[in-house]
Design a protein around this ligand. Structure first.
Ligand code: ADP
Ligand code: MG
Length: 474
């Protein structure tokens, strides 16, 4: 590996000592998660899984990812305001995908009523892998952009200190001093605070819309505590609480349990399983309200896989961001090949290509949260089965990114210490706030590196596959 950990990676005694230091440091630093067994309370907690060693990341690609983030913020915001584009792009998807269809129906309903919301807050995370070309050079390739509930801004701020200590323990003091500081949770709070301020009511609270099972609560607390530091009140509610205690007044101000809500920050609501009839009603109530939703439903739709695929068509970015040719070029430079499976000749052709050569592609349904994509033989079987049915339009195809693996140790509870060949995914957090038509804040606020063993094609940290990491720029 280019970072030069070769000498320590195979030194079993040094690795064992460093791992013990690392785990205690992670616990001390607050890199925490609730356990699966006690997911409803914080009496018993564990460390969030992480790598023993920071992973090498090419400096130029890291800088490229930061440099394009404001462009992506601009793009997501533009898509969210473009009814015609969303309508056209999602038309085929909503015919076959019930979840996207229901979100879309709420979107149309709130537009017809007229938006009460005037301040808009976007918190997104653009994820990348480093594609290794034939000649060995690496290129930055976007995996996806997450526009709802993008997590780990809090916990990732804890990992650099841990890795700094580990490198010192391993005798790499000089390398330790090069790890970058990183606190995206502060940046998320900055955006939420700005939106709260522009909403303009001192009494109003920020509401975190949270899951029933909150294993990743400490990640969210990092953002919450930054808001409390600014003397902004935070409450945590579930969809069910909103259904039972939520209401709108005549000017569509949102009240939950008697408190006016300025900002709704969703850490829930992106998978179909959470929505029963009551939760759909709660979602509609929130969307109709004047409160700043992060994201509003249009921005959630802007983050769908189908939108991502349409953005890669020649000419689309130019139409969405007129007058921004440089931003368009920077964005396009990060795109991997993306292909529509809509009915017709174009879809037939790419389906046949993917069936013939499944290892070059990933088959993606319109879902978030990891573990949904299909690869290799499974991709071939599914695509063969659906290639002549309308069902295929609920998927997109993407070129498979092939990063160069590097050895590392994945530290997780109750797991023996062993070296794994690993690949990493870099995420950049972006935050923006718009008031009416004016963008008043647009920033890249930090990064997240997640690393997994190569035998896992899919899945994130929450899914128990990837672990937290720190980039070591080379
Ligand atoms: P989700 O919304 O479920 O997070 P992603 O598009 O991020 O969907 O895919 C989940 C995971 O699958 C990613 O974190 C990555 O590990 C893997 N993956 C996704 N797209 C590709 C690709 N084009 N090439 C290689 N791996 C991919
Ligand atoms: Mg993802």
């Amino acid at each position: 590996m280019a970072a030069g950990w070769q000498d320590v990676v195979r030194d079993a005694a040094a690795v064992r000592d460093a791992a013990a230091v690392a785990v205690d440091a992670a616990l001390l630093a607050g890199g925490l998660m609730r356990t699966g067994e006690q997911a409803h309370a914080s009496d018993v907690v564990n460390y969030a899984p992480f790598t023993l060693l920071p992973s090498a990341v090419p400096r130029a690609l890291f800088e490229q990812a930061y440099a394009v983030q404001q462009d992506f913020n601009l793009l997501v915001d533009a898509v969210s305001q473009n009814k015609e584009f969303l309508e056209q792009t999602l038309a085929s998807t909503i015919k076959v995908d019930d979840f996207t269809a229901r979100l879309f129906r709420i979107y149309m309903q709130v537009l017809e009523e007229g938006l009460a919301q005037t301040v808009f807050l976007g918190i997104n995370r653009s994820d990348y892998m480093f594609d290794c070309g034939q000649d060995g050079t690496a290129a930055l390739r976007q995996i996806e952009i997450n526009t709802i509930a993008a997590s780990f801004a809090g916990l990732t701020s804890r990992t650099a200190d841990v890795h700094r200590l580990v490198l010192k323990v391993l005798g790499k003091t000089e390398e330790a001093s090069q790890l970058l500081p990183n606190n995206p949770a502060k940046g998320l709070a900055l955006g939420i605070a700005k939106a709260w301020e522009l909403y303009g009511s001192q009494r109003a609270v920020v509401m975190f819309l949270v899951e029933d099972v909150q294993r990743n609560i400490f990640d969210q607390r990092c953002v919450e505590n930054e808001l409390w530091n600014r003397n902004i009140r935070v409450v945590r509610k579930r969809f069910r609480d909103v259904f039972e205690q939520g209401s709108l007044d005549a000017s569509r101000r949102l009240y939950v349990d008697g408190q006016e809500v300025a900002v709704v920050y969703y850490r829930e609501g992106y998978v179909p399983q959470v929505y029963n009839q009551q939760n759909w009603e709660a979602r509609l109530l929130l969307e109709r309200s004047r409160a700043v939703k992060c994201p509003d439903i249009a921005t959630q739709l802007a983050g769908t896989k189908k939108v991502q695929q349409e953005l890669s068509r020649p000419g689309t970015l130019e139409k969405l961001l007129p007058g921004h040719p440089e931003a368009v070029a920077r964005i396009r430079a990060t795109f991997a090949g993306l292909y529509s499976l809509d009915q017709g000749e174009e879809g037939d052709r790419i389906a046949a290509t993917a069936i013939a050569d499944p290892d070059c592609f990933v088959l993606k349904p319109q879902r978030e949260g990891g573990g949904n994509n299909l690869y290799g033989e499974e991709l071939r079987e599914v695509l063969k089965k659906i290639k002549d049915s309308p069902e295929r339009t609920s998927y997109i195809l993407m070129d498979k990114i092939k990063p160069q693996p590097a050895p590392n140790y994945l530290l997780r509870t109750h797991t023996p210490l062993q070296v794994s060949e690993c690949i990493s995914e870099l995420g950049i957090f972006g935050v923006y706030v718009r008031q009416g038509r004016e963008l008043v804040l647009n920033q890249a606020v930090g990064h997240l590196l997640r690393t997994k063993a190569i035998e896992h094609a899919d899945g994130g940290v929450a899914a128990g596959v990837a672990v937290l990491d720190t980039p070591y720029l080379v």
